[in-house]
Design a protein around this ligand. Structure first.
Ligand code: URA
Length: 194
């Protein structure tokens, strides 16, 4: 077990374990408060993220920031944001099983070190990988799940902001409810609801 996120990041920044390394501009390791109660997990970097080396900085990120603030009362810097894969897949295609497997230890180590109270998964991809299920996000969202292997952590699934940008108001309304659920789960677990 590495002793710090910085140590894990240092290794990840030089990673060549899968073919995505060959197409990246930067490794998008993740960012935020290393002691965050809420950790957000997306799929993988898009174009903007690949260029800037930061997660969720494009249009999806703007919606994420807004929902965090409006529904969970949290600034971006108060949470930790990461992705399942740290390098951009070509043309934003879904990451392949070998790529996910190669990158998985980085995410696992991030969770181990941050020990978040709540992990909010964005979209089918992150939710399926972390819950180890083939079910879809429409069926999975709307409730909470124990985070596999971490009894003190709860997983709250929601849609990916890109789906909301495509799908409009109905999807956003469901996401709002999920962000409220994430905050309520955090407050109950930390006693802040008392
Ligand atoms: N979509 C993701 O899943 N992650 C990002 O970092 C940006 C867009």
């Amino acid at each position: 077990m590495p002793e710090s996120l910085a140590a894990v990041e240092k290794v990840a920044l030089g990673c060549t374990l899968c073919p995505l390394a060959g197409g990246r501009t930067t490794v998008v390791f993740g960012e935020g408060d290393p002691a965050a109660g809420l950790m957000v997990v997306g799929e993988g970097p898009g174009r903007d993220e690949d260029l800037q080396g930061r997660p969720f900085v494009g249009r999806s990120g703007q919606l994420l920031d807004r929902l965090l603030l409006e529904e969970a009362g949290l600034e971006r810097g108060q949470v930790y944001i990461a992705n399942v894969v740290k390098c951009r897949p070509p043309n934003n295609r879904d990451p392949l099983p070998d790529e996910i497997a190669a990158c998985r230890p980085y995410l696992d180590q991030q969770v181990q070190l941050i020990r978040p109270v709540v992990v909010l998964t964005l979209g089918n991809f992150a939710t399926r990988v972390l819950l180890d299920t083939a079910a879809g996000i429409t069926k999975l969202r709307g409730r909470t799940y124990p985070f596999p292997g971490h009894p003190a952590t709860t997983l709250v699934p929601t849609f990916h902001p890109a789906a909301a940008l495509r799908g409009g108001g109905e999807v956003v309304a469901k996401m709002r409810a999920d962000f409220v659920r994430a905050r309520a789960t955090l407050d109950v677990a930390t006693g802040a609801d008392k």
